[in-house]
Design a protein around this ligand. Structure first.
Ligand code: FMN
Ligand code: EPS
Length: 387
């Protein structure tokens, strides 16, 4: 499977085209919209989220509720477009007749300056419009389709926030069902009830100070068969692909699988997961420090991926920058902004992980139709249990 996204933050819409989704897969528009709504929530979001009410439109590839195997086009319209039509118009405008909201003072941490130099743009709006994480809207819609492809195989995904700024959540041993239910109730998508108000207070304080905060999110996938991905070629290793997916989310600067960076300080005997076998389910592991991946392939244990999001670059009390017209020092430009988007980003992280797992399923099993795929997954599972 593959997909592309298109669209600007303040343009008319975001679009995704997905190719390779098996035919005969039931698609629920409500479920896609539920995922879009989850991404819009979270303490620390800016005013834009009050303007938008993201809803998907399916323009191709789905008929009477089922995929046909043809490319699927997903669209999410920007309500904010009504305020930006002239500024973002594709039509030529006469010089001086239209307010362009030109950006000439690049924000440290955003794509503004590098993009402007690379693409020969004197108006950095032409960069920020596309680098904006508004794009994650359609990535979540794509992830929602991937989730619907995984659901018939009992593969389920949850996510949580583990840290915001200095506040680290205490680890909670809960089932995936409980994690999914409880994070949905939390304004910061955190299971630790003691950390939650501290995180919210830290976000409020940062906002008050004109500052921003980052943090850590975790995604867990259960029900994955053994052997997705491959050890035989670098670009087929599923751990590498998951890392790329997480790092492709705007503002993500770190990724780890299983115990990740902690492994550097431990001995092999403290890191590797002992192998066990039983007659009913076959091979398994005593622990899951590997986060469900060894040799670029799934072990059958839950896949556990964490990502670190840096603090949002746009600051209401801006850092110093340089104006590209005068080359004089100036405060960076201020665009309307979130002060912390870690809870929203955890929903995006779930989506991109869902996509990678679903893609790996389609590579492992014949996937022209859901019927082919279901039969092959059933046979393969019976085989792995007996191996
Ligand atoms: C859900 C989400 C919301 C974001 N909101 C903002 C925002 O309001 N203001 C901002 O400057 N950056 C925001 N970002 C981060 C920028 O888009 C990102 O830092 C920028 O594109 C530069 O890319 P890089 O940080 O990956 O290098 C957000 C990121 C995510 C994932
Ligand atoms: C629009 C979204 O996030 C945006 C991501 C973003 C950025 O620079 O990444 C900047 C802000 O855009 P605006 O200036 O229009 O408020 C955020 O609101 C969204 O998540 O849907």
């Amino acid at each position: 499977m593959r997909y592309l996204t298109a669209g600007e933050s303040h343009g008319p819409q975001l679009t995704a085209i997905i190719e390779g989704v098996p035919s005969n897969l039931p698609i629920s528009i409500e479920e896609i919209n539920e995922q879009l709504a989850r991404r819009q929530k979270g303490h620390g979001r800016g005013r834009r989220m009050q303007i938008e009410k993201d809803q998907v439109k399916i323009l191709s590839g789905v008929r009477h509720g089922y995929t046909t195997g043809a490319p699927i086009t997903l669209v999410v319209e920007n309500n904010d477009w009504t305020h930006w039509q002239g500024i973002m118009s594709a039509e030529p405008v006469e010089e001086g007749t239209e307010e362009k909201r030109r950006v000439s003072r690049p924000r440290p941490g955003h794509a503004d300056l590098n993009g402007a130099i690379k693409y020969h743009q004197r108006d950095m709006r032409n960069i920020l419009e596309r680098s904006s994480a508004r794009e994650t809207t359609v990535r979540v819609a794509v992830g929602a389709v991937a989730r619907q492809l995984l659901a018939p195989f009992g593969i389920r995904i949850g996510g949580q926030v583990l840290q915001i700024n200095e506040i680290v959540a205490k680890r909670q041993e809960v089932s995936l069902d409980e994690l999914i239910a409880r994070t949905e109730e939390s304004p910061v998508r955190c299971l630790d009830k003691e950390a939650e108000p501290l995180m919210m207070a830290a976000i409020d304080k940062a906002k008050e100070d004109g500052d921003s905060l980052g943090g850590t999110v975790e995604v867990i996938v259960e029900g994955v068969p053994i052997g997705l991905g491959s050890h035989v070629q670098w670009d087929r290793k599923l751990d590498g692909r998951l890392a790329q997916a997480i790092m492709s989310i705007q503002a993500f600067k770190g990724v780890e699988i299983g115990i990740g960076f902690e492994a550097s300080g431990l001995k092999g005997s403290q890191v590797h997961d002992e192998i066990i076998w039983n007659e009913e389910t076959g091979y398994s592991r005593k622990t899951n420090r590997a986060g469900g991946l060894e040799g670029g392939m799934t072990t059958g244990m839950p896949v556990v991926v964490r990502g670190v999001m840096k603090p949002i670059p746009t600051l209401y009390k801006p850092l110093m920058s340089v104006d590209i017209d005068s080359r004089e020092p100036f405060s960076a430009s201020i665009e309307r902004s979130d002060s912390c988007a870690v809870p929203a980003a955890s929903v995006v992280a779930e989506a991109v992980v869902a996509w990678e797992i679903a893609s790996a399923m389609c590579e492992k099993f014949p996937s022209d139709s859901l019927d082919d795929m279901a039969e092959n997954v059933r046979q393969y599972r019976a085989y792995t249990e007996k191996f």
